[in-house]
Ligand binder design. Sequence first.
Ligand code: CA
Length: 234
Amino acid sequence: MALHVLLVEDDRELRRTLRDALTVEGYEVQVSGSAADANAVLKHAMPSLTPLDLLILDLGLPDGDGADLLHSVRSKYKLPVLIISARHDEDNKVHLLDAGADDYLVKPFSINELLARMRVSLRHRGTTVQAAQTVYQCHSLHIDLAKHEVSKAGEAVHLTPTEFKLLARLVRQAGQVVTHRQLLVDVWGAEFVQHTHYLRLYMAQLRAKLEDNPTEPQLLLTEPGVGYRLFEGV
Ligand code: CA
């Protein structure tokens, strides 16, 4: 069955372009141009037999801020939410991700980038219902969280318990950005939320062990001012 997407975007031209591109990809797309209309669609669709699978949300809407819609969606539904916005300030991104957005794309973005982020968000939500992702494979790196195994080009890599915990947190959300706050809280605990230097230190250690060239990371990617993203594996 086709996946059901609600696209909330007030720019008519962009709305049409995205709707057409997503339809070609096999998504069933509903569109809204305002927060009020999006609320009405959500209210109708979510309890129905064909609930929405993904929400793509613009922030600047004529009758309100998409962030408010994100908060209300998060309080009611498990629906993945992908933010699309022309705003690129880091504080705002961090705030939205911490508030439960699954990912954030800054306009202008390519359709391929959008499709890739949608796949990751959908897979992530789908797999968390069954079981979180525990196996990650990319290039010569192989990670099996359940077996506590990490290898590169067939050679076992030794990680400290904290390094493993940090890597595991990123594997569970591979392909998605995880904010500094989320990483610090989940790996070290809520009282360490200010200690971003821990992250810099441990990410450098992980890169030294896992990247071909630690100064030009291909797997453990920095999202400047926001957090880190493990390159989407297979
Ligand atoms: Ca807008």
